[in-house]
Design a protein around this ligand. Structure first.
Ligand code: GLA
Length: 761
């Protein structure tokens, strides 16, 4: 549905002046649509439930300026925030200081080379080698709903759930059209932004940078929060002061990565879990990216998120359009908790799709840490038999079932069953597993190729590499050139054959090395800079085929653990393996950082054997269970060989999963205490949307003597409700639990845990 801009404007103006019925109906419409253009003031106002975002068109030349983003306002007449009444004034009043204007004005989407020396969102080079580019407002359109972005994952919403503003800007000289797209959502404080860049001229244009979003704000004493780590230590929270000059996070790896994360928050210095202002941005993208800040000479912050631009160079032929990935912006006036709540709801409602969107996931047992490559049909069936009796619902066969793969040196690219290991074939194994009442899942690493593989021997040029230079190996493997259609088709052919050969209900899609030696045998020299992004487009296309042609399959993404854990991947898979580190204590920090922006329902979390394979630590089986219950929940161990007392606990853990999983998947999540801060106590809470039930998980990392019993203050409860604490006589008011606190008794020992269940009466 398209909204007629003219009528909306008249109604919007009437609304300010009168109480007429037009004003009332426009108030309704305004409430509904969330986006209004005030023609007289030349201001766009975008509203979410608690935030407003204002953009202004300025001066005769139609500069597009960023006015305001923050707490929701009724007022739209805020153009004074652009400070165009201060020297050097706008160019039409003071053309001799045009550069000073351009270098200070809060640009909505800044360009390169004409006098704004701050970081630019768009950098273009012409065939002649010039870089100057200037964009001016031309027109706009406001529509209900949200379009797809061709080839890319993108958030979605129906016409009554969201509305979209598209602002068209042009550089007349380059014959370049840039459409800035903003979607606002009815029930969540997220604004989804992306940009479309169209070459209307007769010559090629080379995009050297094309950010998904840019935001100019005054620096209100901001700190920066980012997520960092390494393999098996992903997404630890890091906070630092925002300083002058450039700071940021990014990846050149062709995947969002273990080391950095496509997310950044700018928070006021006083911001904590519950207080202060928090701005968040995350990329809905799984490849190389950058998120950067620049604090200028005037103490303004320019904040930008998009594709990385060291390798990136896109040749845009006449008539072609380039689409940037989407950036998801949020603002919270109630600290980190507010940002977390918005992102969780948004991802659950507007990013995750498919059969398992709102559904409980089968409890799986994965054989990786149980057997590594050393398994056969009998071994897998012995695990399945024992597991099914304990209540586990799905067997996942991990790496090692294909080609001649008995170690990680070979066979990637040869996706046919190794009949020496799976005697009788895959269908036979799956039938046997199904007979036990269990589902069956399988592991693939579709993007990779081993040099020791039939595929590589037939097509060495299908690996990403630069001619004449031996490409760097990682885990003895190379990366397939997914910008090459032939490659994508062949891998799909192989995968489809396997998936159609048996009743497969789950796929774990792995990716175990980053990209290097960027070179494609099929791209023209001027298009080699497109490889990294085209690779991602190929991956997305294959995942889209998988989820549309096999809609019953539950897809779990993975990348050497959590190296590609991002909202882009969540568009295809409702869950992602969080980390190869399954140690319950290490997982506390990993899951805390992950849950800061992603819902618990997306976090792949399993109970594994001890001493833990990654860190060698021994933790109680019970505690491992509590930590895994905060995610998708499953097992990654040889259930036939673990100690009897551990095995005996499994039915109880499974009962806990069934009891709490609806709450974990659908509820509001709160961080109560962080072991990252005091190496002592970790605590998180989930509250049902109706506030009738809550689950609190406490993990004591280190026991200590001679201290009064611990108190934790809960969150998110109904002040007016009384809550019964299961297993205790105690009934307490929501207000007491939140403002006075709950006492934790008898927490003795290291690595011990507990779940506290509150039910309103
Ligand atoms: C990656 C994954 C693991 C496992 C192995 C198999 O490391 O993260 O879970 O699947 O690959 O090689």
């Amino acid at each position: 549905m398209k909204i007629k801009i003219f009528n909306r404007e008249i109604c919007a103006r009437a609304l300010l002046a009168t109480n007429s019925s037009c004003a009332e109906s426009s108030a309704e419409m305004r409430k509904k649509m969330g986006i209004v253009y005030f023609e007289q003031d030349r201001v766009f106002k975008l509203d979410t439930p608690h935030t407003s975002y204002l953009i202004g068109i300025v001066d005769e030349e139609n500069f597009l300026g960023h006015i305001y983003y923050g707490r929701k306002l009724d007022e739209h007449r805020l153009t004074y925030l652009l400070r165009t009444n201060e020297a050097p004034f706008v160019p039409s009043k003071n053309s001799r200081e045009r550069v000073s204007f351009l270098d200070a004005f809060p640009m909505e989407y800044p360009t390169h080379g004409v006098g704004d020396y701050r970081e630019s969102a768009l950098r273009i080079r012409t065939e002649e080698g010039y870089q100057a580019c200037a964009l001016f407002y031309v027109s706009h359109e406001i529509t209900a709903g949200k379009k797809k972005i061709p080839g890319l994952p993108a958030s979605f919403g129906k016409e009554d759930e969201c509305s979209t503003l598209e602002i068209t800007c042009r550089d007349q000289i380059l014959d370049l059209t840039v459409v800035l797209s903003y979607s606002v959502f009815e029930t969540t404080d997220v604004i989804a932004r992306h940009v479309e860049i169209h070459n209307g001229g007769e010559k090629k244009l080379f995009l050297e940078k094309a950010a998904s979003m840019s935001l100019d704000m005054d620096n209100r004493n901001f700190d920066m929060i980012t997520l960092h780590g390494s393999w098996a230590r992903e997404r630890h929270v890091e906070r630092r002061r925002l300083c002058r000059g450039f700071q940021g996070t990014g990846s050149l790896r062709g995947e969002s990565g273990h080391q950095d994360h496509p997310f950044m928050a700018l928070v006021t210095a006083n911001a904590g879990q519950e207080e202060g202002e928090v701005y968040g941005v995350q990329m809905m993208y799984s490849g190389s990216y950058e998120i950067r800040t620049e604090v200028s000479q005037y103490q303004s912050v320019r904040w930008m998120a998009g594709l990385e631009n060291q390798n990136f160079r896109w040749a845009l032929a006449p008539g072609e359009t380039f689409y940037t990935p989407e950036a998801l912006l949020t603002y919270s006036a109630r600290g980190l908790d507010g940002m977390t709540a918005s992102y969780h709801d948004f991802i659950r409602n507007h990013v995750i799709r498919g059969e398992y969107k709102d559904k409980k996931r089968p409890i799986l047992i994965n054989n990786w840490e149980a057997t590594y490559f050393d398994f056969d049909t009998d071994k897998l069936l012995s695990i399945a038999r024992e597991a099914s009796e304990l209540g586990i619902e799905m067997l996942v066969m991990d790496d090692g079932w294909f080609g001649k793969r008995n170690n990680d040196d070979c066979s990637l690219g040869d996706w046919y069953v190794n009949k020496d290991k799976l005697r009788g074939g895959l269908a036979c194994l799956v039938e046997e597993v199904n007979k036990l009442g269990m589902k069956f899942g399988i592991w693939f690493e579709p993007e990779m190729i081993s040099q020791d593989s039939e595929l590589y021997r037939a097509h060495p040029d299908w690996a990403i590499s630069v001619p004449g230079r031996a490409p760097a190996l990682a885990r003895e493997q190379l990366v397939l050139d997914f910008s090459n259609r032939e490659v994508v088709e062949e891998i799909w052919r192989q995968m489809k054959t396997v998936l159609e050969s048996a009743n497969i209900e789950y796929v774990k899609w792995d990716m175990n090395r980053p990209l290097s030696d960027l070179g494609s045998a099929v791209l023209d020299p001027e298009k080699q800079g497109e490889l990294s992004h085209r690779y991602m487009l190929g991956v997305y296309e294959l995942q889209e085929r998988l989820v549309t042609q096999f809609p019953n399959i539950l897809l779990e993404n993975c990348s050497g653990g959590g190296g590609r854990f991002d909202a882009g991947m969540m568009y295809y898979s409702p869950q992602i393996w969080c980390s190869d580190d399954t140690d319950a204590i290490e997982r506390l920090a990993i899951q805390e950082g992950t849950a800061m922006i992603y819902p618990l329902s997306t976090m792949g979390a399993h109970i594994s054997d001890c001493p833990n394979h990654a860190v060698g630590r021994i933790t109680p089986f019970e505690t491992r269970g509590y930590v895994a219950l905060a995610g998708t929940f499953g097992y990654e161990l040889d259930v036939t060989r673990i100690p009897g007392e551990d095995r005996a606990q499994i039915p109880g853990q499974i009962a806990l999963y069934h009891k709490y999983n609806d709450l974990v998947r659908e509820g509001d999540y709160y961080r109560i205490a962080s072991s990252m801060k005091d190496h002592d106590l970790d605590c998180w809470q989930v509250v049902s949307k109706d506030k009738k039930e809550s689950m609190v998980t406490v993990i004591q990392v280190l026991g200590s003597v001679n201290r009064r019993s611990r108190m934790i203050r809960l969150k998110g409860l109904d002040e007016g409700k009384q809550y019964r604490i299961e297993g205790e006589e105690l009934v307490l008011g929501g207000d007491a639990l939140m403002y006075a606190g709950l006492q934790l008794h008898n927490m003795k020992g290291d690595f011990v845990g507990r779940i506290i269940h509150l039910i309103s009466i």
